[in-house]
Design a protein around this ligand. Structure first.
Ligand code: NAD
Ligand code: UGA
Length: 443
């Protein structure tokens, strides 16, 4: 059992803190967002993540997990001061694509000003290569009096929607530090998970995170490029991905063609890696192509809708007078996260073309309502279908897999479906009388 503090109670901080508590540690989570902490103290979570609420409540009840806005309470707790502090604050994209480090800086400064005993500072946020050294400088310079500390990089690889299972069953744990003893202490925390633990230097650990996300994003853009070619040549990208995936050197994962990658991580991390390369005078041509293909994937969905139900000719507002239904608002299934959400982008493109939009998502509507204007948010998929000229399947929620398509068709103004996730079988859709377009499935 160790005493741990976690700074930042978002997707990563809350999952990390809760899972470490579940493994028997005493964890105090700190956030600057007072409303978030007040809610958490009552067991109300700021995010939707399957299984997390029950785990939070159970560990709070057992006295292993608590929430506060006070760094002092988390770090220098009289019941046992923290031995390790994890930084899990957000690192959003800045104006030039660089990772914004102001929240990491604030966290490091406050740790320095608050700590009253030696600490291992573990960085879990995704940060540019070199940030670990920068954090060490900040802490050293901001401490009122010198207290020993070490900095360890411990990038996080969990996915939203399967975060607990990803955390508890890691493919690997990466630890980067010049201080072997500190890295070993962090490693001990992870021993119960039985994943391979790799200890390397700080900068290499930081790069492993970017390289991993960029590689996965590259797989997605690669298959979207193949999908584009499949459409022109009459091949089916789903079968192509399956056929490729049998090769162990390739693997089937992350070869789903569709709307391209969205979310709070791939878009910002590919951008940030390209930015790091450019700053160093390197030319990240592959990363640039990955980003361009990704942007095209969203545009191509709207182009399909225009081609099927849009006004002909030189109309600027090619979807004027058309109602487009959008099924799904989250950037993928099983999350309420709409950061860099492809469906939201697509909705804006439809609106820019003069189209009216109706939409539904099982959990992301409250978040989407905060950023969307003039969209009719519906009770379910059927209400979306009613009177729509076309439906866009935008998020692969399970409940969209078994819709009553006969009913959907009856309710629509025109039986047009653009399936951005290749959820449906093209031949079944045609038999049902739909005009159906998937992504990369030939016609
Ligand atoms: P998030 O936006 O969900 O949460 C960040 C939290 O940090 C917020 O609650 C915010 O109020 C808090 N915060 C900001 N500044 C603070 C400060 N100075 N002190 C205390 N709290 C502060 O972010 P997230 O999605 O959890 O991502 C966190 C980091 O982890 C990012 O670098 C991200 O790239 C990385 N990451 C995210 C995921 C994911 O699935 N979301 C997975 C792996 C890595
Ligand atoms: C991703 C990584 O998978 C995690 O390992 C990493 O920790 C995390 O980013 C991060 O650094 O924050 P996440 O963004 O939660 O996790 O979601 P993914 O499941 O990776 O999906 C990302 C996007 O790619 C989604 O929009 C998804 O729909 C899309 N995607 C995924 C595809 O278009 N095709 C695929 O084959 C897979």
């Amino acid at each position: 059992m160790k005493n741990i503090a976690v700074i930042g109670v978002g997707y990563v901080g809350l999952v990390t803190g809760t899972c470490f508590a579940d493994l028997g540690n005493r964890v105090t989570c700190v956030d600057v967002n007072e409303e978030r902490i007040a809610n958490l103290k009552q067991g109300i979570l700021p995010i939707y993540e399957p299984g997390l609420e029950e785990m939070v409540r159970r560990n709070m009840a057992a006295g292993r997990l608590s929430f506060t806005t006070s760094y002092a309470e988390a770090l220098n707790c009289p019941e046992g001061s923290a031995e390790l502090v994890f930084i899990a604050v957000n690192t959003p994209a800045g104006v030039d694509g660089e990772a914004e480090l102001r929240y990491v800086r604030a966290a490091a400064e406050t740790i320095a000003q608050t700590m009253d005993h030696p600490l291992i500072i573990v960085n879990k946020s995704t940060v540019p290569v070199g940030t670990g050294d920068w954090v060490a400088d900040i802490v050293k310079n901001k401490q009122p009096k010198p207290i020993p500390f070490s900095v360890v990089s411990n990038p996080e690889f969990l996915r939203e929607g399967s975060a607990i299972s990803d955390f508890m069953n890691p493919d690997r744990i990466v630890l980067g530090s010049l201080d072997e003893e500190a890295a070993q202490k962090v490693a001990q925390l992870y021993l119960p998970l039985r994943g391979p633990i790799m200890i390397t230097d700080l900068r290499t650990a930081e790069m492993i995170k970017y390289a991993s996300n960029a590689f996965l994003a590259t797989k997605i853009s690669f298959i979207n490029e193949i999908a584009n070619i499949c459409e022109a040549l009459g091949a089916d990208v789903k079968e192509v991905a399956a056929g490729m995936g049998y090769d162990k050197r390739i693997g089937r994962a992350f070869l789903d063609a569709g709307l391209g990658y969205g979310g709070s991580c791939f878009p910002k991390d590919v951008k940030a890696l390209a930015h790091m390369a450019n700053v160093q005078g390197k030319h990240p041509q592959l990363l640039e192509a990955v980003m361009q293909i990704n942007a095209d994937a969203r545009r191509s969905i709207v182009a399909k809708v225009r081609a099927l139900v849009g006004n002909n000719g030189a109309h600027l507002n090619r979807l004027e007078g058309r109602t487009i239904g959008v099924l799904g608002l989250a950037f993928k299934a099983n999350t309420d996260d709409i950061r860099e959400s492809q469906p939201i982008d697509i909705i804006r493109m439809v609106q820019a073309d003069g189209g009216m939009v109706k939409a539904y998502d099982p959990v992301a509507m409250p978040n989407a309502a905060k950023v969307l204007q003039n969209v009719k948010l519906c009770e379910d998929a059927y209400e979306v279908a009613e009177g729509s000229d076309a439906l866009i399947l935008a998020t692969e929620w399970n409940e969209f897999k078994n819709l009553d398509l006969v009913r959907i068709k009856r309710m629509m103004k025109q039986p047009v479906i653009v399936d951005g996730r290749n959820l449906y079988d093209p031949s079944v859709m045609r038999e049902l009388g739909f005009i159906y377009r998937g992504v990369g499935r030939g016609y």
